[in-house]
Design a protein around this ligand. Structure first.
Ligand code: ZN
Length: 133
């Protein structure tokens, strides 16, 4: 069902400072930035090989990323896997007893269809499914 790791999401407090570090560590000068309204986050996406690093900074305290950073340090927020058919994957995972945060897919960064699986079902790591257009 899972094709590959699509990206790793990292929660940061200062996306510009974090992006500078990732430019230095990856050597990738060009990266995509975007505001995702549904989560009230700014996103910077670095393509590294066939996967990506997704830096996330909340714009307001209502953003899930800001709430995460109230309880946690900056760092790993989620791992995202690419799937062929996200709707089918959600039905199958629910039938297997996984706790879904999103029962139906929504639109995330890059216009991808995404959905989250609760970390209690995935050994403590928030897991995202991503269906590339
Ligand atoms: Zn993500």
């Amino acid at each position: 069902m899972l094709k590959k790791i699509h990206h790793i999401g990292i929660a940061v407090k200062d996306i510009k400072a974090a992006a500078e570090k990732y430019v230095a560590i990856t050597g990738i000068m060009h990266y995509e930035t975007e505001y995702v309204e549904g989560q009230d986050v700014d996103v910077a996406m670095f393509e590294v090989g066939e996967s990506r690093i997704e830096l996330l900074q909340g714009r307001s305290e209502n953003s899930p990323i800001s709430k995460f950073l109230e309880k946690n340090r900056e760092g790993l927020h989620h791992v995202a896997y690419e799937v062929e058919d996200i709707d089918k994957a959600l039905v199958e995972l629910k039938a297997q007893g996984f706790t879904l945060i999103d029962e139906t897919a929504r639109i995330g960064a890059g216009g991808m269809k995404i959905a989250f699986i609760h970390p209690k079902s995935t050994s403590g790591v928030l897991t995202e499914l991503s269906q590339v257009k």
